[in-house]
Every structure is written in structure tokens, then in C-alpha cells.
Design a protein around this ligand. Structure first.
Ligand SMILES: Nc1ncnc2c1ncn2[C@@H]1O[C@H](COP(=O)(O)OP(=O)(O)OP(=O)(O)O)[C@@H](O)[C@H]1O
Ligand SMILES: [Mg+2]
Length: 254
């Protein structure tokens, strides 16, 4: 794959937290326009990997390239400029409870653009309609269901027309049908808006529904990477145990 087709490239990423090696020499490339899923058990480093990619966490060792640019070599101002091309949807929807849904989606636009209030409102409403929340603009987050809050979080993540959207557990805690709705939304948004999506999840149905490629993180290491078919047919017993949710196998829960 030519370099111009790679959105994010990670080389030798290593990170210690709380005296433990949480990420161990991870290298991978994320292709432009793909839905790249990071799966793995709880505590194995998925969120930490995502947070390194966004620049929220600085690795101890390794490099992160975004469109070929070394993210860690940038000045703080340039890094923040680059981060505006990222959209983020967090593990909890992380909406501000004292703001309406429309105000939540408007927030990044108020903060980072000089657009008029009127234009910002139009953009926020457009993003909300993209995630199926037209008519709920004036609701407060605690007046919405969990699935609607996740969708509002997605609308906020795409408020600034990002190139890359990072999602941490976008379907956690949702019922299976709402989960399918959010997955479909991620597929639609990625393909229609020509985004690159990086999704952390351990929901196997979601993984196989949305992923163009899948990486499994296990004990801070990249255990396996490949297409849906590669992962389904993997001969790696750790991968097989994880995707099938089996009790027997190399993964030991203590
Ligand atoms: N700020 C921190 N300080 C110390 N340890 C941390 C910190 N953040 C994460 N860790 C540890 O790093 C490991 C990986 O955490 P991480 O949140 O990346 O896991 P995860 O794969 O996203 O798990 P989950 O599926 O439960 O969200 C865990 O053992 C966690 O306790
Ligand atoms: Mg996590």
C-alpha cells in the first residue's frame, strides 16, 4: 500500500502506566477510508492504544504518523491543529448534562471556528439529522436513551468534519438492535463522509459487522491483524478463544 493511502502509521509504540507495560512494541498501519477495529479483552490496552493515536497520551517509545507527519515531533500548537482533524467518541458518551444536544454538538464549532451562531446551529442540526436525532435538538442528555446519547456523541464527533473518527466502545451497554443501529451508523458515516474510522470494541457482532480490518490486542501486544476472514480463519488459539468466547484456551482470567 502506498504511503498516501495510509492515514495513521504506528511504529514500535510502548507505554507504561502505573508501573506496568500496558502497550508493548505495537506497530500497525491504518488505511485511509477503512473501518479499523481494535478488539481485545478488558484491560489489555485498547483504550490506551486509541489515546496514544489521538495524541491524548504520549508513548514512552515509538512513533505515530498521521498523513505521514510525525505527531510527536510537532509543537503543541501544531499538534492541536492536527487534532482538530480528529473526531472522538468516548467510552462514555461524555456529553455535558447542562447543555442541550444541539449545544453539545455546537461546542467544538464554537471553540475552534469563527462561524456565526446561526451557521453553527445549522451545522449542528445537520449533524444531528445525520445520526437520526432530528427533533431532539433541544433535549438534554439525561432525557435521552443510552443509544440516543451514543448517537449524539457521534454527531459531536463529526461536528468539525474530521478525517478520522476514533470510537471507544460505541455500542457498550446497548441492546442488540440499538447496537446494530449504531453499527450501521458508523458504516454509513464512514462510507458517505469518506472518513477513516478506528473503533475499539469487544462486541464480536459489531466487530464482524463493521470491520474492514481487525487488530487484536492481547496483554499490550498486537496479537493478530487482518481482514474479517483472516481473523475468523485464524489458527491462533488466543484469537479463536476470544472471538468464540470459549472458556478453554490460552486466555486465563484470574
Ligand atoms: N492512567 C492510568 N494509570 C495507571 N494505569 C492505567 C491508567 N490507564 C490505564 N491503566 C491500566 O492500563 C491497562 C490497560 O487499560 P486500558 O484502559 O487501555 O484497557 P482496555 O483494553 O481499554 O480495557 P476495557 O475493555 O476495560 O476498556 C489496565 O491494566 C489499566 O488498569
Ligand atoms: Mg477501554
Amino acid at each position: 500500500m502506498a504511503d498516501k493511502d495510509i492515514a495513521i502509521s504506528i511504529k514500535g509504540l510502548t507505554k507504561h502506566l502505573g508501573g506496568r507495560k500496558v502497550l508493548d512494541d505495537i506497530s500497525l498501519d491504518i488505511n485511509r477510508g477503512e473501518i479499523f477495529v481494535i478488539m481485545g479483552g478488558s484491560g489489555h490496552g485498547k483504550s490506551t492504544l486509541l489515546r496514544n493515536m489521538t495524541g491524548a497520551v504520549v508513548p514512552d517509545k515509538g512513533k505515530i504518523y498521521f498523513n505521514g507527519q510525525d505527531l510527536l515531533a510537532l509543537s503543541r500548537i501544531d499538534r492541536e491543529k492536527m487534532q482538530r482533524r480528529f473526531g472522538m467518541s468516548f467510552q462514555s458518551a461524555a456529553l455535558l448534562d447542562f447543555l442541550t444536544v444541539e449545544e453539545n454538538v455546537s461546542l467544538p464549532l464554537i471553540e475552534h471556528t469563527r462561524l456565526s451562531t446561526k451557521v453553527i446551529s445549522i451545522i449542528a442540526r445537520m449533524k444531528l439529522s445525520l445520526v437520526g436525532l432530528q427533533g431532539f435538538e433541544n433535549y438534554y442528555p439525561n432525557e435521552l436513551s443510552g443509544g440516543m446519547r451514543k448517537r449524539a456523541g457521534l454527531a459531536r464527533a463529526i461536528a468539525m468534519d474530521p478525517e478520522i473518527v476514533f470510537y471507544d466502545e460505541p455500542t457498550a451497554g446497548l441492546d442488540p438492535v440499538v447496537c446494530a443501529v449504531v453499527d450501521q451508523l458508523i458504516l454509513d458515516l464512514t462510507k458517505k463522509l469518506k472518513l477513516t474510522s478506528i473503533v475499539v470494541t469487544h462486541n464480536m457482532e459489531s466487530v464482524f459487522r463493521i470491520a474492514d480490518r481487525i487488530a487484536m490486542v492481547y496483554k499490550g501486544k498486537l496479537e493478530e491483524i487482518g481482514s474479517r476472514e483472516d481473523i475468523r480463519n485464524s489458527k491462533n488459539p488466543t484469537v479463536q478463544q476470544f472471538i468464540k468466547g470459549e472458556l478453554e484456551g490460552p486466555i486465563q482470567i484470574t
